[in-house]
Structure formats: structure tokens, C-alpha cells
Design a protein around this ligand. Structure first.
Ligand code: SF4
Length: 362
């Protein structure tokens, strides 16, 4: 089946969530799947936080979330927001007063786990203020913080408990006439995450923020996220995603884009095709591809680049890509739009690709 057909099948399958604007980015409906990440800085350290957010935006982050653990972090949001150009989400736990401060400070959305708030009266206040400022609230339930009575009912954290917890919170918000909601039901277990999202997707039409929580380091975390987030997206479920990694947050953003690329759901930037290499290669293919990935700036338009190790299968793939390299002994043939452009020495492959990508994008 042609890739375009696969893409349109996924789009046809896409669950039609209601649209929710988060600052200048709208999620749900037919809008592109938005990529999110979260800063690792102390939010009260405004300068460092702004620098990290700008870096994340450059990496391709559409919406950024910051932790708001105390009053100084909440108050810092006003200044942070003034200095950045992507929607800012405040992450609040336990202290509803901080949610009120974050909304006042100009957050574009707040993320709360209502299960961590003990007084309903405070939830009413948060909702009133969010309505006044017309900002959405993400209800984020998590397998680590399921209510006690649900744990007792189900015996342990499970998808059904996550869904029941979420439906309770949604009902509480709806009772207070607040429907500007985004939902997330994250677990560190991939199967539980998939089951929970599949179930909630049939029960509400609120947009869904996908993620496998506490997924681990980039080695395992990217795999868990690719399976969890990727399989849900492939079923048409999900409106915004975050890959959670114990790593630099820019790695999360790159991984999120890679998942979207792999499903053909987002095509800007670089799509790299490279062969694994084998006994036929006569160049240091791993080094060439690693250097390429680390040193080439993501282009501002979709470019597929193929880097192939030899002249057996290499020219075919290289011809299919926008720009392709088929390596030979210490040299390579460079293709562009299916045509041979020139032969380049092995040591110049990276520079030649960089220049060719630049020309291609002009
Ligand atoms: Fe081996 Fe050539 Fe295939 Fe790469 S393209 S895996 S080097 S046969």
C-alpha cells in the first residue's frame, strides 16, 4: 500500500475530538498532532527556563509545560510568557492556590490532577478563574495517583481504574459547566496506557494528550513511547503527545517528531532513510549516519534523505529520496530528485549533504 494511502487511512480513522485552543495552538479536530515537552529547570529561575524553552521551540516543540511547585514559580510565569513564543502550560499538584496564581500570571493552560486536591471548593474557584480567562484545563490522571476507593475496587492500578477516575473528574467539571478540557491517562505500563486511552476515546470527545509516563531513559523510553503513543495514533487516537524521557527535553521533542514521521503524520523536517550496513559496505556507514544525525540542522521544510551503504540496493533507495547518497569504495554518488548529481569523496559526504539540503530548501 502506498504511504499516502496509509496516511489518509490514519486521518480517516482519526477520532473527532472537539477543538481546544491552547494559546495560539489549537488541538483536536483535524489540527496537526501537537508536540509537547516539559522543562527541567527551576521555573523560578526565569532566565534559564526561558533559554530552555527557546531551545525546545527550535527543536520543534509546539507547547511547553513547566512545573509550578511554589509561589515563586507561579509568579515567574508572567515574565517567562513575555519572552517566549509558544503556549505555556502550568503543571500543578496538591496546592490549588498555585493554579489560581498560574492562571492569573497568564498560563495558556493548566494541568492538574484533581485527585491531589482535597477541597472541592477550590476546584470551583479554579474553574471560575479558568472560565474568566478562557483557558483550558488538562485533567491528568496517573497510574501512580489513583484514588484509594478505586484501588480497593480494582485491587491494583489498571486501565479500568484510570478510566473510572477520569470519568469522575470529567463529571465534576461538567457539573460546574466547564468543558474546556484536555484529558490524559498515563501509566508507566505500555499496555495499560493503550487500554486506558482506547476506552476513554469511546466515552468522551475531549481531546487527548498521549504519553507513557516515567518511560525511562532514551534507550527504553523511546521504545515504550513509540509503541504506546504510536499504536494509539495509528488507531486515530490522540491530539497532542509528549514523550517522557529521563534525558534532555530536546531529545523528547526529537523522539516525538520521529514517531509522527514514522506514521507519516507530520512531514516537516528531516526524514532519514539509512540502511543498516553489511559486509558489502566500503565506507564507515555508521559514522557517516551518526554524524549526519548529530550535525545537520533540521531543515524548515520536508526533506527525505537516504544514506545507503553500497551500490547494490543503494542507488534504488537514493533515487526515491529527495536527496540520496549511494556509497562505493571511499566515495559516494549523490542523487537529487532521482537524478545523479555528482560523485563525492567519503570525507566530504556530510558537507555535500548539508549544501544539497540547503539548496533543496531554497
Ligand atoms: Fe548492505 Fe548495501 Fe543493503 Fe546497505 S544497501 S545493507 S550496504 S547491501
Amino acid at each position: 500500500m502506498a504511504l499516502n494511502n496509509i496516511k489518509s487511512n490514519i486521518n480517516q480513522l482519526r477520532r473527532h475530538a472537539r477543538q481546544v485552543p491552547i494559546g495560539k495552538v489549537t488541538i483536536g479536530g483535524h489540527n496537526p498532532i501537537a508536540v509537547q515537552s516539559m522543562t527541567r529547570t527551576k521555573t523560578s529561575d526565569i532566565e534559564t527556563t526561558v533559554a530552555q524553552i527557546i531551545g525546545l521551540q527550535k527543536a520543534g516543540c509546539d507547547i511547553v509545560r513547566v512545573a509550578v511547585p511554589d509561589e515563586s514559580a507561579a509568579r515567574a510565569l508572567t515574565s517567562i510568557k513575555r519572552q517566549i513564543d509558544i503556549p505555556l502550560v502550568a503543571d500543578i499538584h496538591f496546592d490549588p492556590q498555585l493554579a489560581l496564581l498560574a492562571i492569573e500570571a497568564g498560563a495558556d493552560k493548566i494541568r492538574i490532577n484533581p485527585g491531589t486536591f482535597t477541597k472541592t471548593a477550590m476546584l470551583t474557584k479554579i474553574i471560575t478563574q479558568a472560565k474568566e480567562k478562557n483557558i483550558p484545563i488538562r485533567i491528568g490522571v496517573n497510574s501512580g495517583s489513583i484514588e484509594r476507593d478505586l484501588l480497593k475496587k480494582y485491587g491494583k492500578p489498571c486501565a479500568a481504574a484510570l478510566v473510572e477516575s477520569m470519568l469522575r473528574h470529567v463529571a465534576a467539571f461538567e457539573k460546574l459547566s466547564f468543558e474546556n478540557l484536555v484529558l490524559s491517562l498515563k501509566a508507566s505500563d505500555v499496555n495499560m496506557t493503550i487500554e486506558a486511552y482506547q476506552a476513554i476515546a469511546t466515552k468522551t470527545d475531549f481531546p487527548l494528550h498521549l504519553g507513557v509516563t516515567e518511560a525511562g531513559t532514551s534507550r527504553m523510553g523511546i521504545i515504550k513511547s513509540a509503541i504506546g503513543i504510536g499504536s494509539l495514533l495509528q488507531q486515530g487516537i490522540g491530539d497532542t503527545i509528549r514523550v517522557s524521557l529521563t534525558d534532555d527535553p530536546a531529545v523528547e521533542v526529537h523522539a516525538a517528531h520521529d514517531i509522527l514521521h514514522a506514521l507519516n503524520l507530520r512531514c516537516e523536517g528531516l526524514n532519514l532513510v539509512s540502511c543498516p550496513g553489511c559486509g558489502r559496505q566500503e565506507v564507515d556507514l555508521i559514522k557517516i549516519v551518526r554524524d549526519f544525525e548529530q550535525r545537520i540542522e533540521p531543515p524548515n521544510k520536508p526533506v527525505t534523505v537516504a544514506i545507503m551503504g553500497c551500490s547494490v540496493n543503494g542507488p534504488g533507495e537514493a533515487r526515491e529520496a529527495d536527496i540520496g547518497i549511494a556509497c562505493g569504495q571511499g566515495k559516494a554518488v549523490l542523487f537529487r530528485n532521482g537524478k545523479i548529481m555528482r560523485t563525492v569523496p567519503e570525507e566530504s559526504i556530510l558537507n555535500e549533504l548539508r549544501n544539497e539540503i540547503k539548496r533543496f530548501c531554497e
